[in-house]
Design a protein around this ligand. Structure first.
Ligand SMILES: Cc1cc2nc3c(=O)[nH]c(=O)nc-3n(C[C@H](O)[C@H](O)[C@H](O)COP(=O)(O)OP(=O)(O)OC[C@H]3O[C@@H](n4cnc5c(N)ncnc54)[C@H](O)[C@@H]3O)c2cc1C
Length: 442
């Protein structure tokens, strides 16, 4: 009988869990270690997906079953680049799969980006979703006007959470510190700004339509910004979504501004940010009108400004490489060819193809990389590296404190118990998470 294949997966988000599941099925007897820098698994399902969209988070039950399988170990609170290294993992495991996602905000690259009150959506979302390194952001929400730059679902998530009343957030797992900050906020206007037109927005219709159901929100759209027809040449699937979005936006435009609503969400299309202005703190966003030519937004030559005490950019993310990881700095992804990084090393998910696609979209990627691995192993010498024990002893020597699957289950139980009617009350400090992982009853 040949020795078991030792696999390390770096990143316990959806991609890492899908890869573990696929390899567990295709390589019976494989020993699979899944590392995550956080004490908690599930990546952006826990730390990105909006806290008021609990249905989307149900997928984590499936991932939980994967982490609990025989032959699979979860090693949370182990960051590659801090507690162990790429070279150490390559030396210990026959197969290494990098699934670290994409967490760094892309920058706007305009003057004023470093003013107080300006945030990238990655940091802002990490703050309200209780990712420990985002906890202390304490974003300024004390002004009347918030500008959100970007026309994707992340921009909609942020606007919706700011627009909901405390009652409308009652069934969410929005963290206590963010609930308090949102309840105290004095925001009256939220501007959702898209560089291109309404047909180019990557909103999904359900998320766009939710604004029509929020009790204190008026949705404002300039009817003249909405095209009468959808041009030929758009792919069928895209065309369907654009038509549905257009219908929702037309409904918003027709509703006008009911003056009994204290919070207005303005959809502003064909506007590119030029500068954020203010004395130390953001106060105004300068924009330029654009028109779309051959799919690109080009200057329309006319500028205008909107008040903006807080500016949040939601224009995409880049991966954060650790030392020695082959990295494509231009695209902000792990350097790879169809998922192969170098001999024995693979990648999948957002760090492979960039920050696009919903949770299930990562499954196909994971299955494809699992097939590559199986094909490559068939031509080589499986099971010849020492495996996880070698990394365990390095971690012990360095005083690292890995959280195993039982530890995560303890954290989960502690959070759910603290929820008191909510799905959970997240623990948001590393030390609190480690205490819950290690000292709850096992
Ligand atoms: C704000 C937001 C909202 C979203 N909402 C939805 C939604 O409603 N529905 C939907 O289907 N999709 C949604 N998505 C998309 C979805 O989250 C992604 O498709 C998915 O999470 C990508 O999975 P991934 O495993 O590639 O990356 P991630 O989920 O980012 O997982 C990567 C993991 O790697 C770990 N990691 C990173 N660096 C290291 C390191 N050095 N060492 C060890 N571990 C490391 C991270 O801690 C993380 O757990 C949303 C995304 C965002 C940003």
């Amino acid at each position: 009988m040949s020795a078991p294949v030792n696999v390390a997966i770096v990143g316990a988000g959806p991609s890492g869990c899908y890869v573990a599941d696929a390899l567990g099925r295709k390589l019976p007897g494989a020993r699979i270690d899944i590392f995550d820098r956080l004490p908690t698994p599930f990546g952006l399902v826990r730390g990105g997906v909006a806290p008021d969209h609990q249905g989307t988070k149900n997928i984590s039950r499936q991932f939980e079953r994967t982490l609990g399988k025989d032959g699979v170990r979860f090693l949370g609170n182990v960051a590659v680049g801090r507690d162990t290294s790429y070279e150490e993992l390559k030396a210990a495991y026959d197969v290494l799969v990098i699934t670290i996602g994409a967490l760094d905000d892309r920058r706007l690259g305009i003057p004023g980006e470093n003013l107080d009150g300006v945030y990238g959506s990655g940091r802002f979302v990490a703050w309200y979703n209780g990712i420990p390194d985002g906890r202390d952001l304490e974003p300024k929400l004390d002004g009347k006007s918030v500008a959100i730059i970007g026309n994707g679902n992340v921009a909609l998530d942020i606007a919706r959470l700011l627009g909901k009343t405390p009652d409308e957030l009652a069934t969410s797992d929005l963290c206590a510190h963010a609930r308090a900050a949102f309840a105290a906020a004095q925001v009256e206007d939220i501007w959702l700004i898209g560089r291109r037109g309404p047909l180019d927005a990557s909103f999904t219709t359900a998320e766009l339509a939710e604004f029509g159901e929020l009790s204190r929100v008026a949705t404002l759209v300039d009817a003249t910004a909405l095209p009468d027809t959808i041009p030929d040449g758009m792919a069928d699937e895209r065309k369907k979504i654009a038509a549905r979005n257009l219908e929702v936006l037309r409904g918003y435009a027709a509703r006008g501004d009911p003056d009994d609503r204290p919070l207005r969400v303005h959809f502003v299309f064909n506007a590119a940010p030029l500068a954020i202005q203010g004395e130390g703190r953001a106060s105004e966003l300068l924009l330029e009108k654009t028109r779309v030519e051959h799919g690109d937004a080009v200057s329309g030559g006319e500028s205008f400004s909107i008040p903006a005490d807080t500016v949040i950019s939601a224009i995409g993310y880049r991966s954060t490489p650790f030392p020695d990881l082959p990295f494509d700095a231009t695209r902000g992804v792990v350097a790879n060819s169809e998922g192969r990084v170098e001999a024995g090393v693979y990648t999948a998910g957002w760090c492979k193809r960039g920050p696009q696609g919903v949770v299930p979209a990562n499954r196909a990627d994971a299955l494809a990389v699992a097939d590559l691995i199986i094909a490559d192993l068939a031509g080589g010498q499986p099971g010849c590296k020492p495996g996880g024990a070698q990394i365990d002893s390095l971690l012990a020597q360095r005083g690292a404190r890995p959280v195993d699957f039982a530890g995560w289950q303890n954290i989960n139980a502690a959070e759910v118990a603290a929820g008191q009617g909510r799905p959970r009350e997240k623990l948001v400090r590393i030390e609190e998470l480690l205490a819950a992982a290690n000292f709850a009853q096992r």
